[in-house]
Each structure stands twice: as structure tokens, then as C-alpha cells.
Design a protein around this ligand. Sequence first.
Ligand code: SAM
Ligand code: TMP
Ligand code: ZN
Length: 405
Amino acid sequence: MADCRICGGVLTEFYDFGRQPLSDAFLEPDKLEGEFFFRLAVGLCSDCTMVQLMEEVPRDKMFHEDYPYFSSGSSVMRKHFELTARKFLETELTGPDPFIVEIGCNDGIMLKTAAEAGVKHLGVDPSGGVGEVARGKGIRVRTAFFEESTAVEVAKEEGHADVIFAANTICHIPYMDSIFRGIDALLKPNGVFVFEDPYLGDINQRTSFDQIYDEHYYLFTARSVQAMARKFGFDLVDVERYPVHGGEVRYTIARAGAREPSAAVAELIAEETAAGLATLPTLEAFGAKVTKIKEDLVALLTKLREEGKTVVAYGATAKSATVANLCGLSSELVSFVCDTTPQKQNRLTPGTHIPVRSPEAFSNPYPDYALLFAWNHAEEIMAKEKAFREAGGKWILYVPEVHVL
Ligand code: SAM
Ligand code: TMP
Ligand code: ZN
């Protein structure tokens, strides 16, 4: 039985996704041996209400030189992070010698704007390949895992930061005690630690269960983040909701007593409490909906195969590893997955070994149906692939339930 990674409390498991691979480990077709699997299951801490995985995957299996996720592949996300950086430049970074650090800077999607504005910045990311792309844009990157020792070194070499930012990264990190000691070591007295991640409220509302995979160790709520911050000598002082990646919350954390929390914090926590969000009945009901989606998706794809229809998938997302492995998909049901990332193309999807092709393969010829794995980029992708619908093609979505568009 696992203990809560934040407070040591008792975890109650509420869904078991079974044997799952590393979500971003796309395989070379001639190197299938030794594929890593683990049991993907989620639980709730009855003390601090943090929802988290029951098993932890070693971090260097996930984040390394060949990590294949490049943030700048989406125009919507490029805009989102440009606006994020501009907001910091206009608010937190207006004093003398402003300094912003980003944990998990990836290919520099956010820091690019800070670098172009000539503001002192540093990205910290353990994945060498993505960091190299950021350096190519003139961004300073340290290839390392952010943790206490890294933060102490950065503070000594570079000074203290006004803003420490992270997007879609803090939820990847189980060892939150070391992270907060690092934040304490690196942040100026009145600095802010700001992070945004998929929000359990949205995941529950949309039944977007594919947000649960090896890299997404925590599923945050305002209440669990407030409890976590307080445990480590900080406080949650603001929350903002964003529609990106299927619904995220941006949390602003400051040293305890340094800043007055905004009304939005109490409001969101009250909303979560009224909805019974991080409670077992809600999460068990979520689990039942996941099982229904799995059954409906397998039934639909099986029927389409029997009817002789062609189905391909769109977007070799990390999320899709959870759906594909939970449903036991194979290239018999989904011929291939198309994706713009060269590092994923001509490889096989983790666990299910479905070929990944470039988006050019999509229209050559169009399939009858396209299973949209990258549903969080639906607007962008459907606009780009308008001709598919015009040619009679149909999209299959599986959140909040299986439906055909
Ligand atoms: N911030 C980008 C975004 O929102 O698109 C990238 C998100 S990507 C899903 C997660 C990034 O976090 C990866 O580039 C990974 O290498 C990095 N990462 C994982 N653990 C980390 C750690 N302990 N310290 C710093 N970065 C980490
Ligand atoms: P994400 O949901 O984790 O951001 O991953 C999106 C994946 O989908 C990534 O591998 C890139 C791919 N993708 C496309 O193939 N075409 C697109 O237009 C977009 C936005 C993403
Ligand atoms: Zn706990």
C-alpha cells in the first residue's frame, strides 16, 4: 500500500488502468525487446486530498536526451505562452535586475519572449534534446532535473529569482519536498512560484481520463495545492483557469504571509467542496465513466472494422498511451497514427505498437474515420484538416463520451 507522497497519509486507490508503458517511449520497429511497463493506478489521500499515482516511474526513464515532446508544435500553445511571458514582464519582472527561472522549459516556448525582451532568464530541463532546441533560440538552459541541489547551485551562480514558472511539469514531479526546498532557496523574499497543470475539476467534468499517465503523477485541485504549499511554508495566493490542454489551473504560490490571497482561491476551493470533487464517491463515479468509454470505444472500432471502414488516429500524444493500452488497440483497429513530430514518426506507439506517420499520410487517401487522440488541440487540428470533413471523413472523440462528428 502506497503512502501519500505529500503528507504520508493513507491512499485509497480508485481506478486501475492496468499494465501501461512509458507514454512517450515511441519504439523503433526493430527494437521492441525490453519495453518497460508499470501498473498505472490512481488514488486519493484521505488526509490532504491529493490525487496521485499509486506507482512511481523512475524519472530518468521518462525525461532524457530523446524525450520526444516539443511544446512549440501547437500555434495555440505558442500564443498562450507568449501571453504568459508578457504578463510576467508587465507585472512581476519590472523591478531592478529581474530574473525568471522556468522549470521544464522544454523547447523554450515561454522563455523565448523573455529572452527577446532582454530579461535575465534560465530554463532548467533534464531533457537534453528539447533544451538544445531552446538554446538555438537564444535561450539559456541548464540540462538538469530541478530539485533542491539544482536550485541551490542556480541561486549561488545566478542570484535569486522574482518568478519561478512551470507549465505541465510540476504535476510530473513526485518529490515535492525537494522542489519546495529548492523554491525556498531560489526565490526572492517576495517572489512567486507560478505553475499550471491539468485541473482535476476539468478532468472529472470531461472524464478526460487520458490525462492520467506515467508523467502525470499528481492531479491537482486548489484545495490540495493549498495544503501542499502550506505544508512546505508557502501559501496559495491566486488561481486562474485556462482552457488549454483540456482545462488547467495556474496556481500562484508565495512565501507564507508575503502576499494576500485573492478571493479566487477561496471561491475555487468552495466550488470544489460543494462539488465533492476530491472525494471517493466522485472519483469512483469517474472510474465507472472511464470503463463505459473504454467499452463504447472498443465496440465502435470493432464495428467499423467489421464494416470494412478505415480508421486512423490523429496525434501521437502521451495521453493516447493510456486510452490505447486500456482499450487494447492495435493496428488492426487503427491503421496508424499521424503526428507532426519527426521524432515520433516511423516509430511505433508505446505498448500498442501502432505505426506513427507524418500528417501527409492522412490525406493519402483520407480514411473514413479519424480517432482524435489530440482532442485538446481539436480546434487547431480540425481547422487545419478541414478538407477531411469536406471529403466525407468523420472524427471520433472519446471525451466526455464516445461520439462521432
Ligand atoms: N513547459 C512545457 C509546456 O508546457 O509545454 C513543457 C511541458 S513537458 C510535458 C514537461 C517538461 O518537464 C519536459 O520537457 C521534461 O523534460 C521536464 N521535466 C520533467 N521533470 C523535471 C524536473 N524535475 N525539473 C525540470 N524539468 C523537468
Ligand atoms: P499534447 O496533447 O501533449 O500537446 O500532444 C500533441 C501531439 O499532437 C504532439 O505529438 C504533436 C501532435 N500534433 C499534431 O500532430 N498536429 C497538430 O496540429 C498539433 C497541434 C499537434
Ligand atoms: Zn496526503
